[in-house]
Design a protein around this ligand. Structure first.
Ligand code: UGA
Length: 427
């Protein structure tokens, strides 16, 4: 059955949720305080880089099922379900900062339709749905948790083909109302209490981060013992209990979620008297991976980076997004800069200075241009376009002959054939 849905916040999560809910046939209003953003969306222009977003934006607006406004009060007045998708940045102590969530809820409460369900989509500390319920003065409103499991770059496909839908609420009718929104997807659905649902989100992200830190540690061991991590990952992944996904070694994990959520989970555990040492060392091991990658580049340059030009391919935290937040590439770049390296970078989505980009990076227009005068090339994001660069074109402009391939992306044989030394991860 089609419902009237409100979405508060049009960042990655909010916008993906809004367009997908409209795609499922619901009537959707998306709200944001940022008037410039809303105007752009009203013109049908996406405000983030996300595969299939333009298509679903067009489809929803064309069908009259998707609207954008800055007027939250009017927007929520007839909504059955309102998703809160506002940011929960990390506070100084590692805990998620709930200020925006509380402010949004307080602002909406007087205007909500009778019996509306307000849903936390943002990742919020365990116990949030319950503590938010306590702040309400109205007794007809229910707060539910419905965590998102969307990866940037494939958020739309992840939303429309979910591994599961999780809804947490003590009021079964309210939980079922939220779960019913996803019914057209025919997905496995788990209805739980709010604390359980909130914990599932943190546990899933922390487990994936743990898997990656483990994989990167095994990759380091592979380099010491002469094993090949690519085949080790295959051999592990065929075991269905382990699974073949998320076994790629890399420069370390990053992005707007894993670092923030793993630190927040350590904090939540501390608050409840449990010292989550395992997760602490997973985070520490990731920092060591950044150090190891920087050390690899330093050693490829002959031991010192002072005044040495390093070409960097890829600045975003992974391919398929323009997001620089907590990017492993930038972690490594900053370590190289601290050692005196001159960075020439190419990333298909980063053309020049912008918020979040460290100073002193020369952004180039092509992959080959970034290699001009470089002693070492470091591949730090797995953009497919890098695999199409011809080794001879790089050889013509780059005096150095070593590539530190932090993603095992390039065709080792082709580059070696062209005279390059190719250093991968775990190989
Ligand atoms: C992650 C989760 O995968 C989503 O399920 C979750 O909903 C989301 O966080 C969130 O909490 O909102 P995302 O941050 O978009 O999604 O990124 P991932 O694709 O999971 O990648 C995270 C990091 O792990 C990246 O730095 C990536 O390069 C790295 N990674 C991933 C590897 O190094 N190797 C792999 O095999 C996979």
């Amino acid at each position: 059955m089609n419902a009237r849905v409100g979405v508060i916040g049009t960042g990655y999560v909010g916008l993906s949720t809004g367009v997908c809910m409209a795609h499922l046939g619901h009537d959707v209003v998306c709200v944001d305080l940022d008037a410039a953003k809303i105007e752009k969306l009203q013109r049908g222009q996406a405000t983030i880089v996300e595969h299939r977003l333009d298509e679903l934006l067009f489809e929803g607006m064309e069908a009259g099922r998707l609207r954008f406004t800055t007027d939250a009060a009017t927007a929520v007045a007839d909504r059955d379900v309102v998703f809160l998708c506002v940011q929960t940045p990390q506070g100084d102590d590692g805990a998620a900062d709930m200020r925006h969530v509380h402010a949004a809820l307080a602002g909406l409460e007087p205007h909500l339709k009778a019996g509306a369900v307000v849903v936390n989509k943002s990742t919020v500390p365990v116990g949030s749905a319950r503590s938010m319920t306590r702040t309400l003065t109205r007794t007809d409103i229910r707060i539910a948790s419905n965590p998102e499991f969307l990866r940037e770059g494939t958020a739309i496909d992840d939303f429309l083909s979910p591994d599961r839908v999780v809804v947490g609420c003590d009021d079964l009718a309210a939980a079922e109302k939220v779960a019913a929104l996803y019914a057209p997807l025919g997905a496995t659905t788990l209805i739980t209490g709010p604390e359980t649902s909130e914990t599932i989100k943190y546990a899933a992200n922390a487990f994936l981060a743990t898997k990656l830190s483990f994989v990167n540690a095994i990759a380091t061991l592979c380099e010491q013992v002469g094993a090949d991590m690519v085949d080790v990952a295959k051999g592990m992944g065929y075991d269905r209990r382990i699974g073949a996904d998320f076994l790629k070694p890399g420069p370390g994990w990053g992005g707007s979620c894993f670092p923030k959520d793993s630190r927040a989970l350590v904090h939540i555990a501390d608050q409840h008297g449990y010292s989550f040492d395992l997760l602490r060392s997973v985070i520490e091991s990731n920092d060591q991976q950044f150090d190891r990658m920087a050390a690899k580049v330093r050693s490829a340059a002959g031991g010192s980076l002072h005044g040495v030009t390093v070409a960097v391919w890829g600045l975003t935290f992974k391919a398929g997004t323009d997001d620089l937040r907590d990017s492993p590439s930038l972690e490594i770049v900053q370590r190289l800069q601290a050692d005196g390296a001159i960075i020439r970078a190419y990333d298909p989505t980063v053309t020049g200075p912008r918020p979040g980009l460290p100073d002193g990076i020369q952004c180039c227009e092509t992959s080959v241009q970034a290699c001009d005068g470089a002693a070492v090339l470091a591949v730090l994001t797995e953009w497919p376009t890098f695999t199409r660069v011809r080794p001879d074109d790089v050889a013509a402009v780059m005096p150095g002959r070593t590539i530190v391939d932090g993603r095992n992306l390039l065709d080792r044989e082709a580059w070696t054939h062209a005279g390059f030394r190719h250093l991968g991860v775990g190989r």
